[in-house]
Design a binder for this molecule. Structure first.
Ligand code: HEM
Ligand code: HEM
Length: 131
């Protein structure tokens, strides 16, 4: 898998969805989607874009397990967090209270793990960061 291309395309799709939701919020005058919109853009668009550029800039080895785990937790965590926020704040399924909260917590935790892995990677793979 090409990490840069995968993350870049995912970021672009997030950007599209996030900007669309922003336009909808502005048009509808309802800010119920505010945190979903904000996280789709700052996590999905900006952070995944930054990760994509990171893998392009630095020659992290293809077989790096850390990088593999980082990319997949970023992908799954960003979906988990934003969908979880949608379940929790917008309440499309209000009867599934416990599910909404657990989904939100698990999604957020996976994303947090992704950021931890990224921080570790900048040290463990420090030698690939050129002067
Ligand atoms: C189509 C373009 C966009 C529209 C129409 C739009 C619209 C909005 C609206 C109506 C709000 C709610 C404002 C409020 O709470 O008073 C909002 C919040 C926010 N937007 Fe956007 N937005 C757009 C693009 C973006 C982009 C590209 C980003 C970041 C990359 C972004 C990041 C945020 C953030 C972080 C918030 C939360 C701000 C806060 O809670 O104070 N938005 N946006
Ligand atoms: C690790 C998982 C994360 C969790 C569980 C989380 C959770 C939250 C929560 C609960 C809020 C308050 C939302 C509200 O009451 O409207 C918030 C706000 C915010 N977060 Fe996050 N967040 C996470 C990651 C991030 C990341 C990585 C960024 C930036 C790259 C970010 C940027 C923001 C911004 C700009 C706001 C204010 C906008 C808003 O009100 O929604 N968050 N976050």
């Amino acid at each position: 898998m090409n990490r840069t291309r995968f993350l870049l395309r995912t970021a672009a799709i997030y950007g599209l969805i996030g900007a669309f939701i922003g336009s909808h919020m502005a048009g509808a005058g309802s800010y119920i989607y505010r945190s979903v919109h904000a996280h789709i853009l700052v996590v999905g668009w900006l952070s995944l874009f930054a990760f994509s550029v990171y893998y392009k800039l630095f020659p992290i080895p293809k077989q790096s397990k850390l990088a593999f785990l980082h990319v997949w937790t970023a992908f799954l965590g960003s979906i988990g967090l934003t969908a979880g926020m949608w379940f929790y704040y917008v309440q499309p399924f209000p009867e599934a209270d416990l599910f909404n909260m657990i989904f939100f917590i698990i999604g957020g935790t996976i994303l947090l793990i992704s950021f931890i892995l990224f921080a570790i990677m900048t040290f463990v793979h420090g030698k690939y960061i050129q002067e």
